[in-house]
Design a binder for this molecule. Sequence first.
Ligand code: SF4
Length: 402
Amino acid sequence: MDTKAFKRSLNNSDNYHRKGFGHEAEVSGQMQNEYQSNLIQHIRDNGYKLQRGEVTIHLAEAFGFCWGVERAVAMAYETRTHFPTQRIWITNEIIHNPSVNQRLRDMDVSFIEVVNGEKSFSVVDGGDVVILPAFGASVQEMQLLNEKGCKIVDTTCPWVSKVWNTVEKHKKASHTSIIHGKYNHEETVATSSFAGTYLIVLNLQEAEYVANYILNGGDCEEFLTKFSSSHSEGFDPDRDLERIGIANQTTMLKGETEQIGKLLEHTMMRKYGPDQLNNHFLSFNTICDATQERQDAMFGLVEDKLDLMVVVGGYNSSNTTHLQEIAVERGIPSYHIDSASRIGAGNRVEHKPLHRDLEVAENWLPQGPIAIGITSGASTPDKVVEEVLEKIFELKAVAQAL
Ligand code: SF4
């Protein structure tokens, strides 16, 4: 499929909407009520610190809803207002936050079900309205919905679209896109659908394996087994790594994306010589500002003297997991929770340790005065962070009174 031509024709279709519908004022008031928090604003205004009882809160200087997420949620709200009686679907979670997704369900927005690992679009009729989430949708899904005659409301973050343009440029120049991301993350699935030849690397270790293959060759079969879910059809490492370009899932660790870019640039320079680099390597800056700011703020926060860290965000949220990674690397006890309901009475918390399933920790809040670092992922409303803080204050107050 000529993905670029398809996207161009979709942009010109009356059934395709990439902007709101003129209900900004109404929606902004609604979102303010549902997602903003006076307490969090107070902490911001107070130099990102708050002391209550035995608890001192250190808030990251950038956290929570990013611009792209706020825009996507507002567009979904506007869609409901604009099409009050139509059936509205969304192809995936609008963002990775359970309370926001639940709010959309309450507004009678239905989520496309996944049956046997495949999304079941048979329930969608022409004339229905279908929202594409902040991290986008694959070009095949867009094509299917367009052919059905649906009204498509595309909330894809412009930063994600920028990455799609990048892989289109790689394709035009006959370069393979090396995408730093998670092969099964919705954003990377969408990005790879716009790419021509591609290979997805999860981390620096996988990129080093690729670099070594480029320089020294290796076992093609082993390569294809290692990346079995992460390459385009018919990928041949002996042919398809001669000309490469870098792209990324916007929420990966910024430093790692940069390291991978430098490693592969250096690799191509060694293999083909500096004068030939431009014929073999392409790189455009596609790291999203919001991801960068939240990660930088987290690096600042872990410099404080903290007893523990609480990272608030959806369990399937990639950017939240990366924030947690930063705390864990510094050896700070860190608890990733998705809502205040994970904090129970009796000093217990149900949390998700890095790369593991949910666990319950007992006595997680130490006795006496404590300093807690708090941050939240780009899809977490401030209201959820407030609820978490109130629960902690309450638990510590009860413990102090005993
Ligand atoms: S994290 Fe960045 S790319 Fe993702 S939605 Fe937010 S602004 Fe857009």
